[in-house]
Design a protein around this ligand. Structure first.
Ligand code: MLC
Ligand code: AMP
Length: 482
């Protein structure tokens, strides 16, 4: 029995994935995943090595992720929209043994050699990987520099998914409606691997639309995982289409995460659907740390208590623990079996984020309610932006802007946004005689990094406000009249 996916071979006729008109049973998935593993092993990929995979939202990609997990081969999922600069960085840093795609032609020329995922042929039965073996390397942004590869082990994922299954009463009777990207924790670990660990079914939507989500819920969905931006768009849609609101109202559980769900939005969703969404909180590096329980209180603005087995404390600016109390605000530090072992090739960054006792410092600022629920109230670094549930470092966007020949200086901030949570705004000083258009600069960033990292607002300014030390005063920029 595979330690991460024990149900894979245990319920052959149960539906595993529904995508479009096709339904793939657990037997189909198990067979396809093992055939894929056999091809990789025959091609000389060894357990413990890394394989990159264009994470297109289709069954072949999912089967390849599962096959890699069965064989102990680490998956490096690639955002299909990744820009050229960021893709080159990831491929250099992760140095995958192979790059795979369900449709290699789509990505022709984007990597030296791209192999198709092959799902037929004799299945492999490799020995199961150990808890400490790498399951995934997930690239995540910091305040500066290029994204870092967070190493997630089989043990990290198994612990976290079991804790979440307990919190949400998640079982094989569930069908999860899922329209999240497959290259981050939320969509890939929770949505895909979580469903398969508990033996549930997954209704995969290749593209998020409110109409598509409502139709999938009406077609038998019991749970929805989505980011606040998706809930915002679903709410807008359902206010105009009450019949669709009723479809979501029948859900067993609506779960929101990856960014704060504003209290106002929470109230709006409760009114629309007759049930309050559950929030959960986590990071790529730690997986999910806190979650409201399906049978517990649902308080707007809180992300639930720490999951059983997760140690959570609030610390001050010097990482000294703060005595818990109603007025206490501090940075969230965590320890537990879901916390990653470190960043790939970056012992410096790992040592900065974690202490010798194994506590990871999240950068999130929180308070604790008297009942022990966590309320996230902010973030330490203004240079980290969460937009549509994606984390973006201001530094990487600034560096990309500076590569544009017309840009002399650039400062990037996140501005509050009802839809995206934060929208990326760039303040740009152009070289004399140059006036690049906002669209041109946004396209430039989308081409180098990824479309979700493009600035949605670009303002040309004559100079950037700086303090006496020459440091850009970002708070002043964010406060400039629109
Ligand atoms: C627009 N597009 C461009 C472009 N402008 N493409 C190239 N150049 C330009 N200048 C295209 C995009 O490619 C995309 O195409 C479309 O326009 C819209 O792109 P977008 O603006 O990025 O998407 P948007 O509509 O805003 O998407 C909203 C969203 C998305 C909610 C669907 O943000 C999303 O999927 N968010 C989920 C993020 C997530 O999973 N986070 C989890 C991180 S894990 P096309 O073809 O795609 O439409 C984590 C831990 C935890 O945080 O706690 O979970
Ligand atoms: P990522 O690195 O993309 O995994 O993003 C992790 C960050 O997302 C956390 O550090 C938080 O800032 C934010 N986040 C995730 N879930 C929540 C939530 N429920 N409420 C508030 N912030 C969240």
């Amino acid at each position: 029995m595979h330690p991460l996916l024990p149900r894979l071979a245990a319920q052959p006729r149960h539906p595993a994935v529904r995508s479009g008109d096709a339904t793939v049973t657990y037997a189909d998935l198990d067979r396809a995943a093992r055939a894929h593993a056999a091809h990789l092993l025959a091609a000389g990929v060894r357990p413990g090595e890394r394989v990159a995979l264009w994470a297109t939202p289709d069954v072949a990609t999912i089967a390849a992720v599962v096959g890699n997990a069965l064989a102990g081969i680490a998956t490096v999922p690639l955002n299909p929209a990744l820009g050229e600069r960021e893709l080159a960085h990831v491929l250099r840093d992760a140095a995958p043994r192979q790059v795979l795609a369900s449709h290699p032609a789509t990505f022709a020329g984007r990597a030296p050699s791209i192999l198709p995922i092959v799902l037929d042929g004799p299945p492999a039965s490799p020995p199961p990987p150990a808890a400490g073996d790498t399951l995934l390397v997930l690239y995540t942004s910091g305040t500066t520099g290029a994204p870092k590869g967070a190493v997630i082990t089989h043990g990290n994922a198994a612990f976290d998914l079991d804790a979440l299954a307990g919190a949400w009463g998640w079982t094989s009777a569930d069908r999860l409606v899922h329209a999240l990207p497959l290259f981050h924790v939320h969509g890939l670990i929770l949505g895909v691997l979580g469903s398969f660990r508990v033996g549930a079914s997954l209704h995969l939507l290749p593209k998020f639309t409110p109409e598509g989500v409502c139709a999938a819920m009406a077609a038998g969905g019991t749970m929805l995982f989505a980011v606040p931006t998706m809930y915002h768009r679903i709410a807008e849609h359902c206010e105009a289409h009450p019949e669709d609101a009723r479809k979501l109202g029948r859900a067993r559980l609506l779960v929101s995460g990856s960014a704060a769900l504003p209290v106002r939005e929470n109230e709006r969703l409760s009114r629309l659907f007759g049930q309050r969404p559950l929030e959960r909180y986590g990071l790529t590096e730690t997986l999910i740390l806190c979650a409201a329980r399906h049978d517990g209180p649902r308080l707007a603005g809180t992300v639930g208590p720490p999951l059983p087995g997760v140690e959570l404390k609030l610390v001050d600016d010097h990482r000294r623990p703060l005595a818990p109390g109603p007025e206490v605000i501090g940075e969230v530090a965590v320890r537990g079996p879901c916390v990653f072992p470190g960043y790939l090739n970056r012992p410096d960054a790992t040592a900065q984020a974690m202490d010798a006792e194994g506590f990871f410092y999240t950068g999130d600022i929180a308070t604790l309610t008297p009942e022990g629920e966590v309320r996230i109230v902010g973030r330490r670094a203004t240079d980290l932006i969460k937009t549509g549930g994606y984390k973006v470092g201001a530094g990487e966007v600034e560096a990309a802007l500076l590569e544009h020949p017309a840009v002399r200086e650039a400062a990037v901030v996140g501005l509050p946004d009802d839809d995206l949570g934060e929208r990326i705004a760039a303040f740009v000083v152009a070289y004399p005689g140059q006036a690049p258009s906002p669209q041109e600069l946004a396209d430039h960033v989308a081409r180098l990094l990824a479309p979700h990292k493009r600035p949605r607002v670009v303002r040309l300014v004559s100079e950037l406000p700086r303090n006496a030390m020459g440091k850009v005063l970002k708070k002043e920029l964010a406060a400039l009249p629109k």
